[in-house]
Write a protein of this length. Structure first.
Length: 402
């Protein structure tokens, strides 16, 4: 399959939900100067404290428990985070899928108060099976369509995901400087993170915590309210025995990760995300594909046939290559759960999604990585065998260079 011709003219037809098409089009019809960029984004600027959370050990959990059990275990710390954050005016950002979550606290809310609430989360988390790492930073972002964009948001999200340990809070200098004396004295400088700037670790804080106890546990889940209530009501043993037939599906998952060069201007990045999203959807429309989500940075696409998934993957790699982007695709097959979202759309969970995402995002290999569950005779002929260990999970299959 050749590459599709994708241009800005396509953007009004189908565009990533997080990127307003009118904003992208206005930018590309302008002189694209720094002054115009600042003017267009000014209505969306927000300033305050950003909290990012990442759960430890999700990959290993999926090897030990059934999917409903994993969803319950990972949901518990999110419920605590949401309750404590909302209690002082925090706003949940995006859908809290997989093992990540993010909250924003507008500038009038003292960063020291945010840290107190997160210390309460840390304390309550000691009784939970899944431990979380939390990153806290104060800065300025662009808030669009329920998401946070910009260097400050990206910075603390990456710290939380890559550099926090279960049970740890990591704070940046702008937050550290606003802490009370007792908390600041307890914080330990993370010298191993000096390449990211000054960051402090807070663990096992023993002094009294002056937190407001919240009770709003209903975070923006990647599943319906009915399923959420079922997770909370049932024990792990009961969840392991429930078939959940209304949500269950055996399918082939293609997880697409788009790698682009970093752009100094956010609207240039939005433009590229929009083009990449359009490319994915254009190729998917030709291959009986079910696009669960596509943001221009990543996509999750389902197929009944492994061969269609491979043809789609090759088309996506080539078409994004013609746009100057590097698309990596992981493919795996197995049982997933598909959930309707309260505000429309769907989300997905399951081991094939986790495996395919690891192959596309974390393997560091260009092309298409087909995990053993989705390997066919054609894949064996075209590809080369691989064996990888990612996040403690052993994976094997074939890699194909499109």
């Amino acid at each position: 399959m050749g590459a599709h011709d994708i241009s800005l003219a396509d953007l009004t037809q189908d565009i990533a939900g997080a990127v307003p098409p009118e904003l992208v089009l206005r930018w590309n019809e302008s002189d694209r100067s720094a002054e115009t960029h600042a003017h267009l984004l000014e209505p969306y600027l927000v300033r305050g404290t950003i909290v990012s959370m990442d759960a430890a050990g999700l990959s290993k959990l999926t090897q030990q428990f059934s999917l409903p059990e994993v969803l319950k275990l990972v949901s518990e710390p999110k419920e605590v985070l949401h309750a404590c954050g909302k209690a002082i005016g925090g706003q949940a950002i995006g859908v809290w899928a997989a093992d990540n979550a993010q909250m924003f606290f507008p500038e009038p809310i003292d960063p020291a108060a945010v840290v107190e609430q997160m210390l309460e989360v840390q304390e309550r988390g000691k009784a939970l099976a899944v431990k979380i790492g939390i990153g806290i930073h104060f800065g300025q972002c662009v808030g669009i369509a329920g998401g946070l964009f910009g260097d400050d948001a990206d910075f603390i999200e990456e710290i939380a995901e890559d550099d926090t340990r279960g049970g740890e809070i990591v704070v940046s200098r702008p937050v550290y400087e606003r802490l009370g004396e007792a908390v600041r004295a307890h914080a330990v400088l993370r010298s191993d993170l000096e390449s990211h700037g000054e960051l402090w670790s807070i663990r096992d804080y023993q002094r009294p915590i002056h937190a407001i106890i919240g009770d709003d546990i209903r975070y923006p889940t990647p599943f319906s309210d009915a399923f959420f209530q079922k997770l909370r009501r049932m024990s792990l043993d009961e969840l392991a025995l429930d078939a959940f037939d209304d949500y269950r599906k055996v399918t082939t998952v293609a997880f697409v990760k788009i790698n682009r060069s970093r752009k100094p201007l956010l609207l240039d990045a939005f433009t590229e995300m929009s083009l990449a999203d359009r490319a994915i959807r254009r190729v998917a429309s030709e291959h009986r594909a079910d696009v669960v989500k596509s943001t221009g940075a990543l996509a999750i696409v389902l197929f009944d046939d492994e061969r269609e998934a491979l043809v789609f993957a090759r088309g996506v790699v080539r078409t994004n290559g013609s746009l100057g982007f590097n698309a990596r695709v992981g493919i795996a097959k197995g049982e997933v759960f598909l959930f309707p979202l309260a505000r429309g759309g769907r989300d997905i969970a399951g081991n094939p999604v986790n495996v395919a995402s690891k192959l596309s995002e974390d393997a560091g290999v260009d092309g298409i990585l087909v995990e053993q569950s989705a390997v066919t005779a054609d894949v064996v002929k075209m590809g080369q065998a691989f064996e990888l260990t990612i996040s403690g999970v052993n994976l094997s299959g074939c890699v194909i260079h499109a």
